[in-house]
Design a protein around this ligand. Structure first.
Ligand SMILES: [Mn+2]
Length: 175
């Protein structure tokens, strides 16, 4: 099922240009670094990408590759072809109203009972971090995994497995 969901997401990426990548406010390592990983992936593909978090890339995650490009306010008129909301559990946890900003909204998450928002729902409760789902997309698409992307994915997985609010001992990060 998730292979097909990923295929649908990859088609949306292929066919569109302007993207938003967002996560929940007060971001933890998975929220922040997954946002940056996907942002860098899309930029490497030549896309125009806004990385957004209402609280920005806060310490200790401000060292992460791409962190300096993350913004914490959205221009009132900014709209996007596709918006990714990562690791959020609920849409309102982004801390902003995304209604009408994104033609397509994609929910990528691993929280149990993640809210059913968005046009595409890519949620796997067995994943130990949202970053694992980003990695699956990269792998299935055959996109290149640069050092900067890998640093973000690794940080995200470490953050959610070492100091996890969602203990899922059977999750296999790089399956
Ligand atoms: Mn997470």
């Amino acid at each position: 099922m998730s292979d097909q969901t990923i295929r649908t997401i990859l088609e949306l990426v292929r066919d569109h240009h302007r993207f938003l990548v967002a996560s929940h406010e007060s971001p933890d390592g998975d929220a922040c670094a997954s946002t940056l990983a996907l942002t860098l992936v899309l930029r490497d593909l030549g896309k125009e990408v806004v990385a957004f978090n209402r609280d920005g890339a806060v310490a200790p995650f401000d060292f992460l590759p791409g962190a300096v490009t993350m913004i914490n306010t959205l221009d009132g008129e900014s709209t996007f072809d596709v918006g990714f909301v990562l690791d959020a559990g609920e849409l309102k946890r982004t801390g902003v109203d995304l209604t009408g900003r994104c033609n397509k909204l994609i929910n990528i998450d691993h929280h149990p009972h993640s809210e059913h928002f968005g046009d595409i729902y890519f949620v796997d409760e067995t994943a130990c971090a949202t970053a694992v789902l980003i990695f699956r997309m990269i792998k299935q698409a055959g996109w290149s995994l640069t050092r900067d992307i890998a640093v973000n994915l690794y940080t995200a997985i470490l953050a959610d497995t070492v100091r996890s609010a969602i203990p899922i001992p059977t999750g296999k990060p790089f399956r």
